[in-house]
Write a protein that binds this ligand. Structure first.
Ligand code: GLV
Ligand code: MN
Ligand code: MN
Length: 408
């Protein structure tokens, strides 16, 4: 029997296309514990239930939708899935494509009468983007022990609301968040399908790729403190303006990123206190994202940025502190799993990515792999992120091929 898609990922994505639209930034803003994210979780639970999957939420808020075998034993399972939260003003594909394709692939396998010899679980990971609490892949970091519950509970969002407070407001019991070795040990392998976030597949003229590596990456928070004052009455020579320091740091980040082949260095978030047109700022917070294949090189770039930032702050009579918020070493996805995927997707190229994923965090504990689906704009973390309907269907079918092969 051939595999056909009846529960198409395109139709699934259309169903959620109005959830979490951001009228100010454009695109979607679906932060963890927000009403849109909760609505998306509810949508997922209903869709999974309609396929006969049994949904549970684990201690870290990860949703697991189980396609059990007759024994009902939840061990040696094949995991797939992705996330439903988004960056501010993001697209409808980064995350949801992997969830919709997983639902679609399971539906297609059920439709063809396939009976897996081991359970298949679709996972939805909250706060993959770290858009609200600053720590990307927060739930998989908790589960693997890469982030401690004590630290996570006290993380704050831009409004100063802690993770613990936001969880409580959303009705999520955070009392047992933390390392979940037994939970993860139920998975033998994990495969995440994701929209491609660059132009690799456009250049290769292919719809689907298998992931090779994820660039090592991290986030650093810089807080610059100066002297808040009056824009009209403060003489230029008397100023200690953290805005100026921040502006020069942005240039330094660009220069250091450009000085190393294949490095990426970005300031994408900049907050000014108090933020008045006629007010010299008293404080600036900015976040630096640095990525490179070689982890020592990443650290060396950050070290140079830090030194330059300290000199810039000193020259303006400001104070600065720079703290690491997270660091994820370069991931080399499991080679045996990659070979297994290649054996069923012979024409799919292997591509590296500069974007972080829960599959990367899980790779420290279980064999993981990823599939990428062509994005004709090559743009992501933006409303311009896109995939053609035909490629979306192909991605879900290829994921079904992989799941079938792994669970034969
Ligand atoms: C997540 O998408 C990241 O790469 O920061
Ligand atoms: Mn993602
Ligand atoms: Mn993302």
């Amino acid at each position: 029997m051939t595999t056909t898609i009846t529960f198409t990922p395109n139709a699934l994505l259309s169903e959620i296309a109005d959830i979490g639209r951001d009228p100010v930034r454009g695109g979607y803003s679906r932060p963890v514990f927000s009403p849109p994210e909760q609505k998306l979780n509810q949508w997922f639970i209903e869709k999974a239930a309609s396929l006969g999957l049994d949904v549970e939420q684990d201690r870290n808020g990860i949703l697991w939708a189980w396609w059990d075998t007759p024994s009902k034993e939840r061990t040696n399972a094949i995991g797939t899935g992705s996330h439903l939260d988004s960056v501010p003003g993001g697209g409808n594909f980064d995350g949801p494509l992997g969830v919709a394709s997983a639902l679609s692939a399971v539906a297609a396998l059920k439709n063809e009468g396939f009976e897996p010899s081991r359970p298949i679980a679709i996972l939805v990971f909250p706060e993959e983007e770290g858009s609200r609490f600053g720590l990307a892949c927060l739930s998989s970091r908790l589960a693997t022990g890469a982030a401690t519950p004590e630290k996570v509970r006290t993380l704050t969002d831009p409004e100063g609301i802690t993770y613990a407070e936001a969880a409580e407001a959303a009705g999520f019991d955070h009392s047992s968040i933390g390392a979940d070795k037994e939970g993860l040990a139920r998975l033998a392998q994990f495969v995440e399908l994701h929209i491609e976030q660059g132009k690799g597949l456009i250049d290769l003229d292919k719809p689907v790729a298998i992931a090779g590596t994820i660039l090592g990456h991290g986030r650093w928070h810089a807080r610059i403190t100066g002297t808040g004052d009056h824009a009209g009455t403060t003489r230029m020579q008397d100023r200690h303006d953290p805005m100026l320091v921040g502006a020069h740091i942005i240039s330094a980040v660009r220069e250091e990123g450009q000085s190393v082949k294949q490095a990426r260095a970005t300031v994408g978030r900049f907050e000014v206190t108090p933020g008045g047109t006629n007010v010299i700022a008293s404080q600036v917070d900015l976040w630096i994202d640095v990525r490179h294949r070689d982890d020592e090189t990443t650290k060396a770039i950050v070290e140079r940025i830090t030194q330059r930032a300290q000199q810039l702050a000193e020259a303006e009579g400001c104070k600065i502190r720079i703290d690491e918020e997270s660091f994820s070493p370069t991931v080399h996805f499991d080679s045996k799993l990659r070979e297994a995927m290649k054996s069923v997707l012979a024409s799919a190229p292997v591509l590296d990515t500069g974007a972080g994923h829960d599959a990367g965090i899980l790779s420290t504990h279980i064999p993981t792999g990823m599939l990428f689906v062509r994005n004709p704009t090559g743009t992501s973390h933006s409303p311009a992120e896109f995939a053609e309907a035909e490629d979306v269907d192909t991605g879900a079918l290829r994921l079904a091929d992989v799941l079938r092969h792994l669970s034969l």
